[in-house]
Ligand binder design. Structure first.
Ligand code: AMP
Length: 280
């Protein structure tokens, strides 16, 4: 695996990777890799000739008082895992490489970027859109892979790619869960054993809503009530939002239909967790 620390190195690797019309797949990450990240790498591997990944803990998407300083950094292990999956190129720049002094330009996706996590974490999606725009420019992939786990992020990035005419296909990949149902996240390692038990309420609330839909309930108000009952039974999990929204605009819907997004964010102890499903 070729590790590129600078934009120049990455551009050279890209030129080589795409020689002869090879299709380049790209998986951006913040590292602390788990099976969720690796599922994106495998999806890229399955449909692209060359796979590139990036590891960059993006300071711009963390708010003041959030966990940027303590975000897990496990670079050596991450490299081994990516190498074992056959990733050819890893882009791992320092913060100063991506944000040199004097850089002032950002990408803000209005509307959709201000909803769900964008509402709870002001500026978060500007940080995400800015770094993903920069990474897409530098890496230049044909396809880029993102987890459905961050459903709002995916909606924001799809809007950005449309609006700014990026020549890339975004591929959304299913949520990977642990055996107990908890959606895999780099932040799960912050959870104590007790907190982890409390965290399972997110998945339970989603399952309750799924069951209600399976029984024929279509009204968001009734579904929200059913979900909130489950969430409120575990006060240690402090709900940030429970949302039933259009998956593209992230605007609330009154009646669910196929493709509607049901999403939850909650704090358990100091850790903010998210989970969701798409109605089928
Ligand atoms: P992160 O390193 O948290 O920025 O995540 C990098 C990518 O992995 C994003 O596209 C996430 O949506 C995706 N991802 C994170 N957790 C999971 C998961 N449990 N299942 C599928 N994809 C995931």
């Amino acid at each position: 695996m070729r590790i590129c620390n600078t934009i120049e190195e990455m551009r050279a690797a890209r030129r080589e990777a795409k020689r002869g019309g090879a299709r380049l797949g790209f998986v951006p990450t913040m590292g602390a890799l788990h099976e969720g990240h690796l599922s994106l790498v495998r999806a890229a591997r399955a449909s692209c000739d060359v796979v590139a990944a990036s590891i960059f803990v993006n300071p711009l998407q963390f708010g003041p008082g959030e966990d940027f300083g303590k975000y897990p950094r496990t670079f050596e292990e991450d490299c081994k895992r990516l190498e074992a999956e056959g990733v050819e190129v890893l882009f791992a720049p320092e913060a100063a490489e991506m944000y040199p002094e004097g850089a002032v330009t950002t990408v803000t996706v209005s509307g959709v970027g201000d909803r769900l996590d964008g509402a709870s974490r002001p500026g978060h999606f500007t940080g995400v859109a800015t770094i993903v725009a920069k990474l897409l420019h530098v890496v230049g992939p044909d396809r880029s892979y993102f987890g459905q786990k961050d459903a709002a992020q995916l909606a924001v990035l799809r809007q950005m790619v449309r609006d700014l005419n990026f020549n890339v296909e975004l591929v959304g990949c299913a949520i990977v869960r642990d055996a107990d149902g908890l959606a895999l996240s780099s932040r799960n390692r912050y959870l104590s054993e007790t907190e982890r038990r409390h965290a399972l309420v997110l998945q339970r609330a989603l399952l309750r809503i799924e069951q209600l839909i399976a029984k024929g309930e279509r009204k968001s108000s009734a579904l929200m009530q059913g979900g909130m009952e489950v969430l409120l039974a575990v006060p240690e999990a402090r709900t940030d939002y429970l949302a039933i929204v259009d998956a593209d605009s992230l605007l609330p819907v009154t009646l669910v239909e196929t493709g509607t997004l049901v999403a939850i964010a909650a704090h358990v102890g100091q850790t903010r967790l998210i989970d969701n499903f798409l109605v089928n």
